[in-house]
Design a protein around this ligand. Structure first.
Ligand code: FAD
Length: 202
């Protein structure tokens, strides 16, 4: 019998935008070995208004003053409507999106595989996920994939699991109880990997 190939990583994350890099950041902070795969080379252009809300800094565990690229803070929103101007106190920042995504990805702690479009995802007989020769125990897809990279059976299994967690499908008290139980299982297994992080903002 051929010897089983080793897993290269604990988790493969497909998509290196803010969702993928944040996922990778949290997992690596918890000690996981993570690879992020993206079809683009970074920095890459992303259509965006460049607006950040205050909660962003909590999520990435960073103080605005520690962000080394372009950052513009604002405190008032001016609205012109039917000949009147309203000044509303609120708070946020503007960034250049190609800079932010590049920064988030490169400081995530993950190993980066850029310029690598994902076309096929397979599950090996030993249960590990395999993408372009990289193997890992867990897989997180945070990119909108054009292709259909999963085999039908694996795809159906994932779809059924996702459907069970969709509140729109909960009709009976039993379905609600089962789904909440599954949520708890998902969160518990995540907490076991990443631990708990205190919220902080400066
Ligand atoms: C016009 C516009 C303005 C916006 N303005 C704002 C704003 O001002 N503020 C704000 O917070 N949000 C804004 N958004 C929303 C914001 O851009 C998205 O919510 C955000 O990009 C989602 O991040 P993400 O990581 O999920 O996806 P993305 O940033 O899109 O990242 C997905 C990544 O997956 C990669 N990928 C895709 N397919 C593959 C593949 N087959 N193989 C490998 N990699 C692949 C892509 O290259 C990409 O890097 C705006 C969106 C639009 C369209």
């Amino acid at each position: 019998m051929p010897e089983a190939l080793p897993a290269h990583y604990d988790v493969l994350v497909i998509g290196g935008g803010p969702a993928g890099s944040t996922c990778a950041r949290v997992l690596t902070a918890g000690g996981a070995r993570v690879a992020v795969i993206d079809r683009a080379e970074f920095p890459r252009v992303k259509l965006c208004g460049g607006w950040l809300s205050p909660g962003f800094w909590d999520v990435v565990q960073l103080a605005p003053s520690a962000y080394p690229r372009g950052l513009w803070e604002w405190h008032t929103c001016h609205i012109h409507y039917r000949g009147k101007t309203h000044a509303i106190a609120c708070h946020g920042w503007f960034i250049r999106r190609f800079e932010l995504d590049d920064f988030l990805l490169r400081t995530s702690g993950a190993e980066l595989h850029l310029g690598m479009p994902v076309k096929h995802i397979t599950r090996d007989p030993d249960g590990l996920w395999s993408v372009g020769g990289l193997r890992a125990r867990y897989l997180d897809i945070v990119a909108r994939l054009d292709e259909k990279p999963l085999e039908d059976a694996a795809r159906a299994e994932l779809r059924a699991a996702a459907e069970r967690l969709n509140p729109d499908t909960w009709r009976t008290a039993d379905e609600v109880a089962l789904a909440l139980e599954q949520y708890e299982t998902v969160f518990e297994s995540l907490r076991a990997v990443v631990g708990r992080h205190p919220r902080r903002r400066v």
